[in-house]
Structure formats: structure tokens, C-alpha cells
Design a protein around this ligand. Structure first.
Ligand code: CP
Ligand code: NVA
Length: 298
């Protein structure tokens, strides 16, 4: 059985095939009956616009049905053991798409459940988002070998998934994260061991220099709202603005998984400017979710 807990669950070959397939599905406005008669339960313990809706629409476009389960309206919020929930849901549904806090929640669902589990964001990873960001880059620059992708900001779930992506696709990832907000060294070490080309510093200018894509994300992720002020101070100088874009390669594109905080991690000018491809990224979530579900149910 296939699960998607992180991008490392895909082999290099599978990761490339999923990109190509998502591209093809986008071009042909793909519809199928792959999920006919199947139900996917979406467990969302955090807010979501893109991930939830693109999964729900994608499931329908593949002929299936989806159900949303939230802590507020289920026994999840009343401390029913997760291992019990895993076994119950496995008797009704055909897959789980889960947005939660700890990666261990997904691991428990895999251990006690008997249906595929797909990570729709945890504090540690956001694999479906970064696979769709790979699609956004693939559409423009299919040769990843010569590509420099910069990550400017928090060493968070998105950064970790980009690090994993660098272990599956041959681009160079240059991360600039403030001290104290750098990615998990174990995640970094594992990716490098698997061949990832990664540069880590606390210098946004160095990371941006000559980059083909500049990527950022909010400074305080979901669950870190109370650290907002502290983080605003720690991330001073990390805004992706016109000056930083000017250091990048001439046709550099700006990426952001959204939602964005204009005036914090990105300037209004860059967000709304011609280099910004953020809404193509958002669209690609739909195509990528379908390609990932096809891989899961293959
Ligand atoms: N990018 C992303 O995951 O957005 P949502 O939080 O709206 O799902
Ligand atoms: N790092 C952000 C991504 C949101 C899509 C968060 O976890 O809140």
C-alpha cells in the first residue's frame, strides 16, 4: 500500500513520472473514473483553502467522493485515541488526506489503519504543495539540472519539503534562514546523503544571487501565531522585495505557497508584479493532487 507522508516516499523515477502526469492531466483537463465508488476522508485539524478544495475537487474529477472531518465536529476533538479513529475510518473509507500538527499523527494513522494516508501539511512537511511547486517550475524550466532555487525565510515545513524535493530532482537549493530558524539538520543530512545539492546560509542576498526562482513563506506558520512579533524581529531583512529580485537571474520567478502576508515576507510590488507566478502555483495544486492520488491508487 502506498502512503505519502513526505516526498521521500516517491522514488526519483516515480517523482518524475508524477510531474509528467500532472502536466498531462492539466493539459488534457483530465477526468476519470479511477475513484468511482471510493470515498476519501479529509481530516483537517488546521485551516485550509487551497489544499482542501483542490483535493475535494480533484477527488470528484476522478469520480470519487470526499468527506471532511474536523476536531470540532467529531470525537477527534474529544480525545478519542487516534489509533481507534484509524481503525474505524479504515472500515468506511478508501484513503485519508490529513492536515495536522505532528508528523507522528500520520505515522499512527498508517500503523493502525489499513488505507492509504496522504499528508496535506504537518508542522514538519508539506509534500503535495512542493510537488505542485515542482510542476510550476517544470512547466517553465523542464531541465532542473542547471536550476538554482532559493528559499528565503523560515526553515519550516515548506523548506523541509523543498529539501526532500532536492533529493529527488537535480536542482540546486539555496536556503537562507535566520539562525534559530534553520531547517532540521537531520532532514538536511538525509537529503544530502541521497544526493541533494543544497546550500544553507543566513544571507538572503547570497541565496538569491543568480537564482531562477525565489521562494518564501509566512514567518509564523499555523500553530505559531503567538510568536508573530518575535519572528517579525528575527526575520528582518528577509523580505523578498524588488532589491532581492534584482540580484536573481534575469527571468527569475517568485513563488509562494499562499496565503501570503504582503509587507512581511514579500513586498506588494513583487507579489503583484510580473515575476509572480503564485496563482499558477495555486492552480497546480489541483492537477498535482490528482496525479498523486493516481500514484497512490495505482
Ligand atoms: N498552500 C496551502 O497549503 O494553502 P492552504 O492552507 O489554503 O491549503
Ligand atoms: N508554513 C505554512 C504553510 C501554509 C500553507 C504553515 O504551516 O502555516
Amino acid at each position: 500500500m502506498r502512503h505519502v507522508l513526505s516526498i521521500l516516499d516517491f522514488s526519483r523515477k516515480d517523482a518524475e513520472a508524477i510531474l509528467r502526469r500532472a502536466r498531462q492531466m492539466k493539459v488534457e483537463k483530465h477526468r476519470s473514473k479511477l475513484l468511482e465508488g471510493r470515498t476519501v476522508v479529509l481530516i483537517f485539524e488546521k485551516a485550509s483553502t487551497r489544499t482542501r478544495i483542490s483535493f475535494e475537487v480533484g477527488i470528484r474529477q476522478l469520480g470519487g467522493q470526499s468527506l471532511l472531518m474536523t476536531p470540532a465536529e467529531s470525537q477527534l476533538g474529544r480525545n478519542e485515541p487516534l489509533k481507534d479513529t484509524a481503525r474505524v475510518l479504515s472500515r468506511y473509507a478508501d484513503a485519508l488526506v490529513v492536515r495536522t500538527f505532528g508528523q507522528n499523527v500520520l505515522e499512527t494513522l498508517v500503523e493502525y489503519g489499513s488505507i492509504p494516508v496522504i499528508n496535506a501539511l504537518t508542522d514538519m512537511y508539506h509534500p503535495c504543495q512542493v510537488m505542485s511547486d515542482m510542476l510550476t517550475m517544470y512547466e517553465r524550466t523542464p531541465d532542473f539540472e542547471q536550476l538554482k532555487v532559493a528559499w528565503i525565510g523560515d526553515g519550516n515545513n515548506m523548506a523541509h519539503s523543498f529539501i526532500n524535493a532536492a533529493a529527488r530532482f537535480p536542482f540546486t537549493l539555496a536556503l537562507a534562514c535566520p539562525k534559530g530558524y534553520q531547517p532540521d539538520p537531520a532532514i538536511l543530512a538525509k537529503a544530502v546523503e541521497q544526493g541533494a545539492k543544497i546550500e544553507l546560509s543566513d544571507d538572503p542576498k547570497k541565496a538569491a544571487s543568480g537564482a531562477h526562482y525565489l521562494n518564501t513563506d509566512v514567518w509564523a506558520s499555523m500553530g505559531q501565531e503567538e510568536e508573530q512579533k518575535l519572528r517579525e524581529a528575527a526575520f528582518e531583512g528577509y523580505q523578498v522585495d524588488g532589491a532581492l529580485m534584482a540580484l536573481a537571474a534575469p527571468d527569475c520567478k517568485f513563488l509562494h505557497c499562499l496565503p501570503a502576508h504582503r509587507g512581511e515576507e514579500v513586498s506588494e510590488e513583487v507579489f503583484e508584479g510580473p515575476a509572480s507566478v503564485v496563482f499558477d502555483q495555486a492552480e497546480n495544486r489541483l492537477h498535482m493532487q490528482k496525479a498523486i492520488m493516481e500514484w497512490v491508487f495505482a
